[in-house]
Design a binder for this molecule. Sequence first.
Ligand code: MRU
Length: 349
Amino acid sequence: MSIPLSIKWDGKQLVVLDQQKLPHEIVYIKLEALKDVYEAIITLKVRGAPAIGITAAYGLAIEAQGYKTNSMIDFLALLKKDATYLGESRPTAVNLVWALDRLLTVVSLVDSVSDAKQILIEEAIVIHKEDEESCRNIGEFGLSLLGDKTKVMTICNAGSIATAKYGTALAPFHLGKELGKEFEVFACETRPLFQGGRLTVWELQQSGVDVTLITDSMAAHTISAKGIEAIIVGADRIAKNGDTANKIGTLNLAILAFVYGIPFYVAAPSSTFDLSINNGVEIPIEERKAEEITHINGKSIALSNTKVFNPAFDVTPAKYITAIITEKGIIYPDYCDNISAQLANSIEK
Ligand code: MRU
């Protein structure tokens, strides 16, 4: 039993787990150029907010190794152009532009192209390592917050394969397993692309966590029939006031948690907060193609003239969120004050 990893860097090559092939095939693919990384991100071979950021950082750093110029001005112009291109691959998860911005920032500290090439790779590695540490901390804080609760529901995949390791929402389950705490996890299948059914179930099985799959429409019944004690989800972008964008269907669960009187937790690293926006209305919501709804595994389930609305994310208002678990600690309402304060100050566990 082991926690699966989706991003591997061996000092020269970037290799990622093709999440489109899971759970039936475990295939790692090499990403050699910016266009490979772009394609892997838009087709969800690489997915999950932190994993997108880490992969994009490596992708930009790798591409920059091939820039044929000795002029820093030309180098920075190429880098900015490529960062903009990659940053447009998916709009909702802020970790993507956060990681690319970190690369643009470090490169401005050096004077030569050769130093720039080296520092870009180094920074991508730091981003990767930091995310693993953050997720482990989130797991520890999540475990303490969940306390005696063992029956927990989640949606999508905010797991190890969506991050460097451990995951965010799934981190307490992986760590709990290591420490001998047994959870009973209920995974919503997550229509239309089945990240819950295909990825979360597979990932938790890999580390030996007890997991049960339900369809999204079974959530309300399951909360009462199985005595769910808490819901925990990941995030793609959290506004200054705590409003949180996450996989479509998250808002339904938040409202259910409110109605049933159970806690609703969001787990995310600092890189998922966007303090430049005041509330969730400002979060761009990705809309994806109709075929993701009208077809399953390439087979049509709707008439060809069917009108479709396919938002990939929704925004949960902060008022439904009991607490936000970050690598720095647990943030409680009032989020408007507490998010800025706690992100600025590291707090003790
Ligand atoms: O469209 P996806 O699969 O990239 O959506 C992923 C999610 O919504 C996750 O919950 C979120 O990115 C957090 S991953 C730790």
